[in-house]
Design a binder for this molecule. Structure first.
Ligand SMILES: NC(=O)c1ccc[n+]([C@@H]2O[C@H](COP(=O)([O-])OP(=O)(O)OC[C@H]3O[C@@H](n4cnc5c(N)ncnc54)[C@H](OP(=O)(O)O)[C@@H]3O)[C@@H](O)[C@H]2O)c1
Length: 287
């Protein structure tokens, strides 16, 4: 199978390209190789290469979307719509990643969001991700949408990905105490993505590790895995609220997710994030 991956220089794209490359012919295109908003270039490439599957991992990040809504719309909506249209034209499948930030996080019952819950995004990123999902599904019936959340793994300098390494080196980390979500080890996301592709059931998935955490819970777990005592962890983990972070985009307070479609397909539950983090620390972190 020939697979074209866009945004392949990022966290999810690079891991997917490596994993799928062992079985398939993968064209892993980083941003300089292909701009997903460049319609003539996208059409030319897809027609020349005729992939059976196009996977879009290109995205504009949460705070950048808030400061540059035009760029957010171009990359998070126009890009996936174009890729889905082109997929339909050449008879290929399309897979697009989306986010827990399509939800507002304001539910009072504090239970995880399932796929049928009404999305109500509260920031530009969430709004453009939601519209990107809908445009892609409208453009091609053979579309998989995989919403994921707080992804960590080797190759991205995010607070989740680097917490263990920093704490091991005795460096401090800032940990937000008042937002909660599902977190996802990129290796588990990639593994489940492969299973989904094998089932060939199009639709919206919500793929995350089991359990719910705050950034603070995550940092405390990382400190434990780094062998720090509770006192050492307390010294190195700086507690902050979301408001104190002063970030450009507001973040939803509570966005854990569960996947109705995975349950329907009898896919095994994902492992708990604490087990996934332990695995990451053992095999990948800091390498
Ligand atoms: N990471 C998370 O915590 C998380 C959570 C929820 C959902 N997701 C979803 O997962 C997907 C992948 O995210 P990620 O974490 O892998 O993102 P990432 O690490 O930020 O990578 C995104 C990649 O997209 C590239 N890109 C930006 N604009 C582009 C364009 N016009 N054409 C082609 N490439 C472009 C970027 O290149 P440059 O940097 O060179 O611009 C970057 O390499 C996204 O759909 C995202 O919404 C991620």
């Amino acid at each position: 199978m020939k697979i074209l991956i866009t945004g392949a220089g990022g966290l999810v794209g690079s891991h997917l390209a490596r994993a799928l490359g062992s079985e398939h012919r993968v064209l892993a295109l980083k941003h300089p190789d292909l701009d997903t908003t460049d319609a003539p270039a996208v059409r030319r490439l897809a027609r020349d290469e005729q992939p059976s599957l196009i996977i879009n991992c290109a995205v504009v990040g949460v705070d950048e979307c808030e400061s540059d809504p035009a760029l957010a719309r171009a990359v998070n909506i126009t890009g996936p719509r174009l890729l889905a249209e082109v997929s339909a034209e050449i008879g290929s499948e399309f897979l697009h990643f989306s986010s827990n930030y399509v939800f507002d996080g304001n539910r009072l019952d504090d239970i995880p969001y399932i796929t049928n819950d009404e999305p109500r995004p509260i920031n530009v990123y969430g709004r453009t991700k939601l519209e990107g999902e809908r445009s892609a599904c409208a453009a091609s019936a053979r579309t998989y949408i995989i919403r994921t959340s707080w992804v960590f793994g080797q190759g991205k300098a995010s607070c989740l990905s680097t917490a263990h390494e920093r704490l091991t080196r005795g460096l401090s980390v800032r940990a937000i105490t008042d937002t909660w979500a599902s977190t996802t080890y990129v290796a588990d996301l990639v593994g489940r993505t492969r299973e989904i592709l094998a089932r060939r059931r199009y639709g919206v998935y919500q793929i995350v590790n089991e359990g719910t955490c705050s950034y603070h819970d995550f940092a405390v777990e990382a400190a434990g895995l780094a062998g720090l005592s509770a006192a050492q962890a307390e010294q190195l983990i700086e507690l902050v609220t979301e408001a104190e972070m002063g970030r450009a985009a507001p973040r939803p307070r509570w966005t854990p997710m569960r996947c109705s479609l995975s349950a329907e397909l009898s896919l095994a539950p994902m492992r708990h994030w604490r087990n996934a983090l332990a695995d990451y620390v053992l095999h990948e972190a800091g390498r």
